[in-house]
Design a protein around this ligand. Structure first.
Ligand code: ZN
Length: 308
């Protein structure tokens, strides 16, 4: 790894202006050291080498290893040059591996733009990805996993998990033990109602169990990176703690149980939403997605009833 000696917390911005720069704002990716949440005296501050990449679709991480950069999610199509330019001040290593946390365009769109790179994702995500893109990215570049696996890239260990259906049917969770960090992608909507992509195999009914497994099986993580919370320009972002993720898993269980109870009581979606009462500790959660997710719960229960 060729670190350019940047011990201080930094925010680097890569910009790319194309022929349409006058009509549309230039694309920028801000690069923020995750390590800045640790005191500079902490040895992990220097060694974590994990960078958060803003904008251009889903959040992404760049993980420095002795072999090169591992990208966790690859942003929208056309964003690779901006990502590489943004990373330039901290490292000019090349990207050697991409791990995708689901197959949505805002996570996989840039996959084919980093040259010959091995791409890693859950087998369900890979199936959806190849169905949609065809030969856009060589199928031979894609490696898949089923339940869980551990990758060692340039002496850096990355644990990759699949805990079951949630936002889609192929959501990966990536744990970086050396940084005590988990990237949980779209499984965690922070303090708001979960977003379920049924068209990609997601399931509201399965999500509580999926999150409960994640909480039970992942160890020694302090901070959690989400797929979509906006980057706060110029501020140190306090990423959610592991305890906040654990609370979210409980919130999801309570929310889904309330939806199931309303269905059982013969309520309409609108009635279920207006009668929704959750524990007081969730009163600062955003509930504007409640209707969509109650609709999903009802649709899944209806489908189950028909199948039986
Ligand atoms: Zn997403």
């Amino acid at each position: 790894m060729k670190l350019h000696g940047v011990p201080m917390a930094i925010v680097v911005v890569g910009t790319l202006s194309g022929p349409h720069a006058q009509q549309s704002p230039p694309r920028t990716v801000a690069v923020q050291t995750i390590g800045q949440q640790l005191p500079i005296s902490d040895p992990r501050y220097v060694f974590a080498e994990v960078y958060f990449l803003s904008n251009g679709g889903a959040n992404a991480l760049a993980v420095g290893t002795a072999d090169g950069i591992v990208l966790i999610d690859a942003k929208l199509p056309g964003w690779a040059p901006v990502v590489l330019e943004g990373l330039q001040p901290v490292t000019d290593d090349r990207v050697v591996r991409i791990i995708n946390t689901n197959a949505d365009e805002d996570h996989v769109g840039g996959d084919g733009e980093y040259g010959k790179v091995e791409i890693f994702m859950h087998e369900n995500a890979a199936r959806r990805f190849l169905k949609r893109t065809g030969t856009g990215v060589a199928a031979s570049a894609i490696k898949t996993f089923g339940d869980r696996t551990s990758l060692t890239i340039g002496r850096t260990e990355l644990q990759v998990y699949y805990f079951g259906k949630g936002h889609t049917d192929g959501d990966a969770v990536v744990v970086l033990p050396h940084a005590r960090l988990a990237y949980v992608g779209d499984l965690f909507a922070e303090k708001s109602v979960p977003v379920i992509d049924r068209a990609s195999g997601g399931s509201a009914l399965a999500l509580p169990q999926t999150l409960a497994r994640a909480v039970a099986e992942i160890k020694d993580v302090d901070r959690v990176i989400t797929g979509h919370t906006p980057f706060q320009q110029g501020r140190v972002r306090n990423w959610p703690t592991w305890n906040e993720f654990r609370e979210y898993a409980e919130f999801t269980r309570e929310f889904v149980a309330a939806g199931q109870a309303a269905w059982k009581a013969g309520r309409t979606v609108d009635q279920a939403v207006s009668e929704l009462r959750l524990s007081d500790k969730y009163k600062n959660y955003r509930m504007d997605g409640a209707k969509a997710t109650i609709e999903t719960i009802f649709a899944e229960l209806k489908q189950g009833a028909v199948q039986r």
